[in-house]
Design a protein around this ligand. Structure first.
Ligand code: ATP
Length: 273
């Protein structure tokens, strides 16, 4: 299924069937679904429902997918923002967008707020490069902290945030009552890669010669996003060759292409390596 999501709080179409592997993370995230669906079960015993959950893992491991699936499974609206959006904003805009986001989510509660790349705003103040202008980032971070403290634990809003750099986060964000729960998503094992291929092969017209076991073996260190990419690339390659089905060799060619792309990307990011 495809996700139809906007910042206006649309319903998420993603569910847990779209996520392969990640068994433990899924189980932990299921708890969040239950907080949203059956809050009385917790509040009646005097428990405080967690407000903030941090999804930690390398790029492309399914953090966004997981957040959307929580909203999809709980059937609650999904509000999102990306931390990196704020880097280039004018002073004051970031803070007011955060305020607005929380306001809308509270109006539609129970609901999910998802903050992607929270490290872009939530970087610890000491670790920032002195040449960057940080006023905007800091006022956005302060507003985020204010908002997190400004609603009770049982208002039905749960904030999920994603990062691949938990080590750089400002400790203030991780205090009790803020992002005090962490869920880890790892790169998939070979078995998990087989499962992820399974999800992304579903919509394709496949030749009988496609061997998923071999494809999974040939993609060590690949993320779920890389695998999704290979599957679509293979279909594009087969279509360009006017085939009626996607064949094993198309996946091999797609894999080489994706590896080429990854190598280029890592060269740009780390020129010294
Ligand atoms: P980033 O840190 O780069 O934002 P992310 O961890 O949020 O990445 P997603 O955006 O959730 O990763 O994943 C990108 C795409 O990769 C998904 O839309 C999905 O197609 C695919 N994908 C990632 N992980 C999985 C998985 N476990 N099962 C199935 N598909 C996956």
């Amino acid at each position: 299924s495809t996700a139809v999501l906007t910042e206006k709080g649309a319903k998420s179409q993603v569910d847990f069937n779209d996520i392969a592997g990640l068994k433990e993370a899924k189980a932990e995230v299921m708890e969040v679904v239950d907080f949203l669906k059956n809050p009385e079960r917790y509040t009646k015993l005097g428990a405080k429902i967690p407000k903030g959950v941090l999804l930690v893992g390398p790029p492309g491991t399914g953090k966004t997918l997981m957040a959307k699936a929580v909203a999809g499974e709980a059937q609650v609206p999904f509000f999102s923002m990306s931390g990196s959006e704020f880097v280039e904003m004018f002073v004051g805009v970031g803070a007011s967008r955060v305020r607005d986001l929380f306001k809308r989510a509270k109006e539609k509660s129970p609901s999910i707020i998802f903050i992607d790349e929270i490290d872009a705003v939530g970087r610890s103040r000491g670790k920032i490069n002195a040449f960057q202008a940080n006023d905007e980032r800091e006022s956005t971070l302060n507003q985020l902290l204010t908002e997190l403290d400004g609603f009770g634990p049982n208002t039905g809003v749960i904030v999920l945030a994603a990062t691949n750099r938990p080590d750089v986060l400002d400790k203030a964000l991780l205090r009790p009552g803020r992002f005090d729960r962490h869920i880890y998503l790892e790169l998939p094992t070979k078995e998990e890669r087989i499962e992820i291929f399974g999800v992304h092969l579903r919509p394709l017209k496949l030749s009988k010669n496609v061997d998923v076991e071999v494809l999974a073996k040939l993609s060590p260190g690949f993320s779920g996003a890389d695998i999704a990419n290979i599957c679509n690339e293979a279909a594009l390659i087969a279509a360009r060759k006017k085939k009626s089905k996607v064949e094993h060799e198309d996946f091999l060619e797609a894999r080489d292409r994706v590896i080429g792309g990854l190598e280029r990307k890592s060269k740009i990011i780390s020129p010294k390596e």
